[in-house]
Design a binder for this molecule. Structure first.
Ligand code: MSP
Length: 641
């Protein structure tokens, strides 16, 4: 393994349909990781591509009245155009119909056949057409496909099999001895669970009478290769396996195969056993992320809720879209996409926190110091908190990246931005600006907030490359530093006194949320009532309310109550059940792992027959509701007040 090399892959996408937000997500994630590693100065290779064989593509071609190759050629463009639009910096794009790939797949098959790793047999099985997978009788659930629950077809035919079963014990041992091999941990457990059943051999052929669109088996021209046996090989064929040994040695093993949770078995069982049979080292980590739901629903054509990433980028901007996807999904868990959530986060994080700070700092510097970065006295006690938050974000981002917790890294960076806004408000530079005797102080405040922005813009550069370049240019950084070097981010005082400030456009114009429906006319009586007064309470009354942080461990819907979720939360050493009316705003999956604020001394109540011990605090505006969470890492059971 070469720790100094970084090789990241996405799944190769089927070309039966145009790309959706799920495809965009994994590719943006890979891009962000690749960009970070490039900024660290590591040799980086980022591979994506398309999976062009198999039944799905053949069926799509039939439906469109074109050949499978035409289907591939027309659809691959949709992916390539989207990656250009989304500023994806892949180093290679592999199509499985390319000769460089087909040659390698055939050479592998021939070698495995020659060495008895592949054999022919009569096979009775059940086939799921949409999933393109064969199952044994015992694998079916209620006679249906265990993955998608759709009807399966019974088949009896001669086929070729890869001796996968004989590697079962070895694979279990490898997974046990290499906890980093499958991440996150619950997916590792899922694969280990799967491997508790006997592992059968894998059917790796399809008779051409049934499916002709695939790579020919080199030892039997009546068969094509099973699409997964073909597709997985892309990860090595693209980097020179069997063709250019030096190139292969430079990149393999991959650092990360990024995948969605639905293709876990193919990647954590089929792929490692295939590599073992070939005598090739295994990838370091297979990382499975969750799914994007739309609101609370699975995304599907039949529901008509498929989110088109091209449209999102056109409407809201590429960088804002990239930011939302990275900030919103806790890696490993499902996340919910709604335009409302998008607009709320955009306005809060980008338009308000980051955009406003930028405009305040740069405009005031320009006005007070003739469009230049002023020379400023050294930072002092006033700047301590700001510097700690900003340099802390640099370390956190590095640690969270290594732990594949990108959303947390981003949250830390936004925490630094908020610290800078608080600093700005506390130091009141607009007051200093009016006093000619306090210009040095003014310079220190503006440069300190500007320093924070320089570092923040560097940390967020891999997520929002275009906007963060613009921000760094506005701060007067020279052309060769617009793309940051990560080591320069850990050092305070990187702005150059006397540098000419760059032009500043509004980085993130506020998006006006769709106007809420006008309220229904109130009965005449309501008008006569006095507006609700605010009842004042004294501090002693306030302290009667015990607030504490709580970590949500489990969440599930309450049957028959579409507003309620039943949560198991950890408050320090204690576990509690809380029933919360938030099901319309959060899916159970996205809540698990969140630290929230709990009213801890509320008398127990019963809701829908379920005991509830406490209440979660949330902010509500119109139709939006967001749970309150601590601004950064905080243990559960921490007191609030
Ligand atoms: N061709 C195979 C992968 C072969 S890799 C050797 C394939 N293609 S796919 O186009 O159907 O899916 C590609 C990826 O998109 C999968 O990782 C899948 O999990 C992901 N997603 C599909 N829908 C998704 C969401 N709604 N949300 C997030 N990712 C989703 O499978």
């Amino acid at each position: 393994m070469k720790p100094e090399h970084f090789y990241v892959t996405t799944p190769i996408y089927y070309v039966n349909d145009k790309p959706h937000i799920g495809h965009a997500y994994t590719t943006i994630l890979a891009d962000v990781l690749a960009r970070y590693h490039r900024l660290l100065g590591e040799p980086t290779h980022f591979l994506t591509g398309t999976d062009e064989h198999g039944q799905k593509v053949q069926q799509a071609a039939q439906a469109h009245g074109i050949t499978p190759q035409e289907q591939c050629d027309q659809t691959v463009v949709r992916f390539q155009e989207l990656w250009t639009k989304l500023d994806i910096t892949h180093d290679d794009f592999i199509r499985t119909t390319e000769p460089r790939h087909k040659r390698v797949v055939q050479a592998i098959l021939q070698d495995l056949w020659d060495r008895g790793e592949i054999y022919a047999d009569e096979y009775v099985g059940w086939y799921c057409v949409p999933c393109e997978r064969f199952f044994m009788e015992k694998d079916l659930v209620d006679g249906k496909c265990p993955d998608c629950n759709r009807a399966v077809e019974k088949l009896l035919e001669k086929n070729y099999f890869f001796r996968m079963g004989k590697y079962q014990e070895w694979l279990v041992r490898h997974i046990e001895e290499h906890p980093e091999f499958i991440q996150p941990e619950h997916r590792r457990q899922e694969t280990l669970g799967f491997l508790r059943q006997p592992l059968g051999d894998l059917c790796i052929s399809r008779p051409k009478s049934r499916l002709s669109w695939g790579i020919d088996l080199p030892f039997d021209q009546d068969y094509v290769t099973y699409v997964w046996f073909d597709a997985l090989v892309n990860y090595i064929s693209a980097v020179g396996y069997g063709a250019d040994e030096a190139r292969f040695a430079a990149w393999w093993p991959a650092s990360y195969h990024l995948i969605g949770k639905d293709i876990l078995t193919t990647h954590t069982v089929y792929w490692p056993t295939m590599l073992k049979a070939m005598g090739v080292e295994l990838p370091r980590t297979i990382f499975a992320h969750g799914w994007w739901l739309v609101g609370r629903d699975k995304m599907s054509k039949s529901l008509g809720n498929v989110v088109n990433p091209m449209e999102m980028a056109d409407t809201y901007g590429v960088d804002a879209f990239r930011y939302f996807l990275m900030a919103e999904m806790t890696l490993g868990q499902d996340a919910s996409f709604t335009e409302e959530a998008f607009v709320t986060r955009y306005n809060a994080d980008l338009a308000n926190d980051l955009g406003n700070l930028t405009s305040r700092v740069v405009k005031m510097m320009a006005r007070s110091f003739a469009d230049k970065v002023p020379a400023a006295p050294a930072a002092g006690a006033d700047e301590e908190e700001l510097i700690a938050a900003t340099l802390g974000a640099v370390n956190h981002m590095r640690d969270y990246l290594n732990a594949m917790q990108l959303d947390r890294g981003v949250a830390e960076v936004l925490g630094a931005v908020r610290a800078a806004n608080r600093y700005f408000d506390r130091m009141q530079p607009w007051v200093l600006a009016k006093d000619p005797a306090r210009q040095a102080e003014l310079a220190r405040v503006l440069c300190s907030a500007g320093e924070c922005l320089r570092i923040v813009a560097g940390l967020l550069y891999p997520v929002m490359p275009e906007k963060m370049r613009a921000l760094r240019a506005a701060l007067g950084l020279p052309e060769n530093q617009l793309e940051p070097h990560l080591e320069t981010l850990a050092v305070w005082n990187g702005l150059v006194a006397g540098a000419e400030l760059g032009p500043l456009e509004t980085l993130f114009p506020r998006i006006d949320a769709k106007k809420p429906e006008p309220p229904a006319a109130k009965p005449a009586k309501a008008k006569e009532q006095a507006p609700a007064g605010v009842q004042l309470i004294d501090f002693a009354t306030f302290t009667k309310v015990k607030l504490a942080t709580a970590l949500i461990r489990e969440a599930e819907r309450v049957e028959g109550a579409d507003k309620l979720l039943k949560l198991q939360v950890q408050v320090g050493a204690e576990m509690r059940q809380v029933v919360a009316g938030i099901a319309k705003y959060y899916s159970p999956e996205e809540l698990v792992g969140k630290t929230v604020v709990l009213v801890a001394n509320l008398k127990p109540a019963r809701l829908f027959g379920l005991e509830s011990n406490g209440m979660l605090l949330a902010a509500r505006a119109g139709k939006a509701l967001r749970l309150l969470t601590p601004d950064g890492e905080m243990a559960s059971g921490a007191e609030i007040g």
